[in-house]
Write a protein that binds this ligand. Structure first.
Ligand code: KG4
Ligand code: ZN
Length: 351
């Protein structure tokens, strides 16, 4: 297979990558829009779409050139077709389709969640490869779900959040603690200070869903519990020790819930011997450690791809395109981008 171009524009990362037919990365580029959205405390869809439009064409030209190719040297185009913010999806899909039409190339509309799900199968990434079936925990700002991956296009959702995504909870609690957006990384650093002076147990925060059957998640009650503690204090900045203990207490609660939910998922799919984590929250050291421990206890191996492949990127989109093209699966050029596109709806699109 000739090299494949991947395009990602579903949220606030503008990304492009070229992989050769075996999945080796020839060139990749990710432009985070974090600084553009930070003043608003979250992603502003219209601003995101305009930023994709402003930067994507140059980014795509750049990766094709750095891969040592021209557009004629490509074997296909894979662009995220959903789920995500519709403006950005239209920008990326239209550019991908345009290139496919101009060069007569096959086009794949990639489901963003499938791209996260298949990342572990990138050649060389997982020792011994990642044969199906395996479990995927997708933990990001927009998604929080556990899926059994039985094959390309064969996904069973084992559970998901009933309210906030886990990254969203980190961001909201980060805001309560006076941290910038996104709050996750700063909250992890602050929690380390709380852990250091030894008081993640100062507050008895709830552990929503802990011990419940299934693999659903819920974070809004935990977030409210932190908000109530914060509200006990006078307006103005929180004392540093208090903020650190709240961060440590929140993170400890999330970590325990995560390990418990993962343990339940492993009992729901005992045939899966790998547990793959993806999404920005997979960068959290405490969560990774707790998941690794829960996995080992059940004879399962935790696969945590490097952070740059856990967060949104175009390598995963190109790779999902390659997996689909290998099975002879392409999409029509009238594919309409889908803001909502559950993984289960891919059932039957592949074998
Ligand atoms: O996957 P991602 O880059 O973007 C999407 O949400 O699609 O994930 C970003 C999310 C944010 O909510 C951010 O706060 C969270 O991941 N995050 C973290 C950490 N690093 C990023 N949450 C907890 N601990 C971290 N170290
Ligand atoms: Zn994502």
């Amino acid at each position: 297979m000739r090299p494949i171009l991947g395009i990602e524009s579903s949220c606030d990362e503008t990304a492009a990558a070229v992989l050769d037919g075996d999945g080796k990365v020839l060139a990749e580029s990710v432009l985070s829009q974090e600084r553009v959205h930070a003043p608003y405390g979250g992603v502003v869809p219209e601003i995101a779409a305009r930023a994709h439009l402003a930067h994507l064409p140059e980014l795509v030209r750049g990766v094709v050139a750095r891969a040592g190719l021209t557009f004629d040297g490509l074997g296909g185009v894979a662009a995220t077709g959903g789920p995500g913010l519709i403006g950005g999806l239209i920008v990326g899909s239209s550019l991908g389709k345009g290139i496919a039409i101009a060069r007569g190339l096959p086009y794949v509309a990639v489901n963003h969640l499938e791209a996260h799900a298949l990342t572990a199968r990138l050649p060389g990434l997982t020792e011994g490869g990642a044969p199906f079936p395996y479990l995927l925990l997708l933990l990001s700002g927009g998604h929080c779900q556990c899926v059994k991956v039985a094959g390309v296009g064969a996904y069973t959702r084992l559970g998901g959040t009933l309210d906030d995504a886990v990254g969203e909870a980190f961001d909201k609690v980060g805001k309560l603690l006076g941290l910038g957006w996104p709050g996750g990384p700063a909250l992890e650093r602050l929690a380390a200070q709380g852990e250091a002076h030894g008081d993640p147990a100062r507050f008895a925060f709830p552990r929503p869903m802990l011990g419940r059957a299934g693999c659903d998640f819920s974070f809004s009650g935990l977030k409210t519990a932190v908000a109530q503690e914060v509200a006990r204090h006078a307006a103005g900045p929180l004392p540093a020790t208090l903020a650190a203990d709240l961060a440590a207490g929140f993170q400890r609660a999330v970590t325990e819930v995560m390990a418990d939910r993962a343990a339940h998922a492993m009992t729901m799919a005992p045939e899966a011997k790998l547990l793959v984590v993806a999404g920005g929250v997979a960068a959290n050291g405490a969560i990774r450690a707790a998941l690794a421990e829960a996995a080992v206890a059940r004879g399962v191996r935790l696969v945590a791809p490097p952070v740059r492949l856990c967060t949104d990127n175009a390598v995963m989109v190109a790779w999902a395109g390659i997996e689909r093209l290998r099975l002879g699966l392409t999409d029509a050029l009238d594919f309409a981008p889908r803001p909502r596109w559950p993984l289960e709806e891919l059932a039957g699109t592949a074998v």
